[in-house]
Design a protein around this ligand. Sequence first.
Ligand code: NAP
Length: 251
Amino acid sequence: MSKAIGTVVVTGASRGIGAATAGLLAARGWRVAVNYGASEAAAQAVVAAITAAGGQARAYRADMASEAEIKAMFLAAETELGPLAGLVNNAGVTGGMSRLEALDAEALRRVFTINVDGAFLCAREAVRRLSTRRGGAGGAIVNVSSRAAELGGPGEWIHYAATKGAIDTLTIGLAREVGGEGIRVNAVSPGLIETEIHAAAGDPDRPARMASGVPLGRSGSALEVAEAIAWLLSPAASYVNGAILPVGGGR
Ligand code: NAP
């Protein structure tokens, strides 16, 4: 394994894009805090795979809807894994499929709480530790947005798309706010990616059904998104700040 780069918190790393990102970052020398909300066994399996491959990782439960749990996770991760150098704000839910006219207020609140409040609070915890203005050594943040932010999610999930619009704004604003403090902030904007998020939303066949509408003619894999995240987090992207990188096969 290469020399450790630093600690990175990857939220929602128990499966899908987050799990692929955690594995890739560990292979590239990061010490990885594998965050999960409910899926402890899956998170521990991600940690076990990283450890078996010679990497360093630990699992941390923190519900993105809980400020106290988010704060405790950052504290525990830096104590047990070492100083923070990066954050991947990946945890997210769709809030289910619904036209706006049928939207349930509680579901709306929950998708914004997890996707937006959670990402803001994790970014806050990271900036408090990374900012050279506060004695930190700098670092990088990558937010996981969605092509839905631009496409709007009509007929499926405008509520979800709107949370990702907020993530894009967070990315642009924070990149400009802390760029002079040693922190780069960027986002990836995945398109149609094969993960369990579609089944969780009640439409497991969504990637296969919609693949023909993607200019590359197929859905993408979690690893293809992880590669973009790992690049944005790395020194290879040292002059990239405030970028929102589409990873959607042209969609
Ligand atoms: P996924 O397979 O459903 O995984 C979601 C992850 O988020 C899981 O690890 C889950 O862990 C975690 N999570 C959910 N609620 C949480 C909470 N309250 N607190 C902490 N963790 C929580 O989804 P995915 O497709 O990999 O999605 C990852 C990110 O990519 C999301 O932000 C999603 O919006 C975005 N994205 C996905 C696609 C796509 O087509 N798949 C496209 C564009 C953007 P637990 O089960 O342990 O809670």
